[in-house]
Design a protein around this ligand. Structure first.
Ligand SMILES: Cc1ncc(COP(=O)(O)O)c(C=O)c1O
Length: 406
């Protein structure tokens, strides 16, 4: 398939195009193709941060904790669940980093098992490093073993249901996988893999970092046990914005986690002699939550709620399809390392070529900002609400120019 419409025509026909102006920096000629690493800030967020300093922090001072900050991990968690996760309230918190939340939830999975003979964590050899590293630590700490799913020869191919089914057994404790693969953007079949894990008596822990805010999610309907994800990619929460952690309500009664701090206590200000967990998912909070880091996410959630996740996904798919089609004509020497099937492709596209490392460096010098992933992948992140077709075209033209004139 070739592109029959120009980028300008595609932008003119795009119902989400006007939202681009709501974001800081979109008026400049800089080409930003890394919103899946760090989303752009909304203009209203600049005002919110300013107001927060003068009115809430500066004006309310310590009273702010009673007036909303204390509850933010759960109120914001509920909002993430409502707008993006397809999950009922009371199952999601926002606090800590994704890495810390992964640790807590893997340890929670250990605490939830009925049978101590379940000692295997099923995970993918090419998953994001932090997931693999944390799993290795928890395995060492708790006497677990890691059962690796090996990558396919085709870099565009990710973890399949069949692959997971083969690895499952009566030793499986938990399946830990990314919904959207950070390199290829392969979309794993959350529903089928979750069902397969449950049939084998195991739990699932999904890393939603590359899907939340880009793809519609239905965690309740899919029966997901545990999930984490970050808020600084498609939720535009800013550098270091805290992660969310989700635990299905059916597990709350037996939910434990290893970092039992005072903020997850049933009565933090009793300052009692021993830890007693707060009811429900609140117990996942450990220490003082990063309130300032949670401000920007609120604005992006409002915008996503207004636009709707189906419309966001439709635009995301149109953008990635544009890259796939255009690369075939403009960059024929590159190889597509992302799925061709739009249903199996998340919000970014990776193109490989032996010179992509130096190409990326040259692009950055020219104010074209994609990402690079070893060994040879140019990763083009396309943020549905901020990326325009014209921007993508400009970026790809620049790749052509750098490949032609190193
Ligand atoms: C799949 C995945 N998990 C986790 C993380 C990051 O974890 P943290 O927020 O702790 O740095 C990333 C960051 O890019 C990621 O892509």
């Amino acid at each position: 398939m070739t592109c029959v419409r120009t980028p300008a025509e595609l932008d003119a026909a795009d119902p989400l195009a006007p939202h681009r102006d709501l974001f800081v920096g979109t008026e400049s000629d800089l080409v930003y193709l890394d919103g899946n690493s760090l989303g752009r800030p909304l203009r209203v967020t600049a005002e919110r941060l300013q107001r927060f300093v003068t009115e809430q922090w500066g004006g309310r001072l310590i009273r702010g904790w009673d007036e909303g900050w204390f509850e933010l991990p759960t109120t914001l968690g509920d909002r993430v669940a409502e707008v993006c996760l397809g999950a009922a309230a009371g199952q999601t918190v926002v606090a800590d980093s994704t890495t810390v939340m992964l640790y807590k939830l893997l340890r929670a999975a250990v605490g939830l098992r009925d049978d101590v003979r379940r000692t295997e964590v099923v995970l993918a050899r090419d998953d994001f490093p932090t997931d693999r590293y944390v799993a290795a630590s928890v395995a060492e700490e708790c006497g677990l073993t890691l059962r690796w799913l090996e990558p396919a020869d085709d870099p565009a191919q990710g973890v399949t249901v069949e692959q997971v089914e083969e690895a499952l057994g009566d030793r499986t404790l938990v399946v830990l996988l990314s919904h959207v693969a950070y390199r290829s953007a392969w979309v794993a079949d959350v529903e089928q893999i979750t069902a397969a894990a449950h049939d084998a008596g195991a739990l699932v822990l999904w890393d939603l970092s590359h899907s939340v805010g880009a793809l519609p999610l239905h965690l309740d309907a899919w029966g997901v046990d545990l999930a984490v994800g970050c808020t600084y990619k498609y939720l535009d929460g800013g550098p270091g914005a805290p992660a969310f952690a989700h635990v299905a309500a059916r597990h709350h009664e037996r939910l434990t986690q290893p970092l039992t701090g005072w903020m997850g206590h049933a009565d933090p200000f009793a300052m009692g002699p021993a830890y007693a967990p707060a009811p429900g998912v609140r117990r996942l909070v450990s220490g003082t939550p990063p309130v300032v880091g949670m401000l920007a996410v609120q604005d992006m959630l409002d915008l996503l709620a207004e636009v709707g996740m189906d419309a966001v996904r439709a635009k995301s798919t149109a953008l990635t399809q544009y890259v796939v089609d255009r690369a075939a004509g403009l960059l024929p020497e590159t190889r597509l390392a992302s799925p061709r099937d739009p249903d199996r492709r998340g919000g970014h596209v990776t193109l490989t070529h032996p010179r992509m490392r130096e190409v990326t460096a040259a692009l950055w010098r020219a104010d074209v900002l994609p990402d690079y992933r070893d060994p040879d992948g140019l990763r083009l992140g396309l943020s549905p609400l901020t990326t325009s077709f014209a921007e993508v075209e400009a970026g790809m033209q620049r790749v052509r120019a750098v490949l032609d004139h190193p």
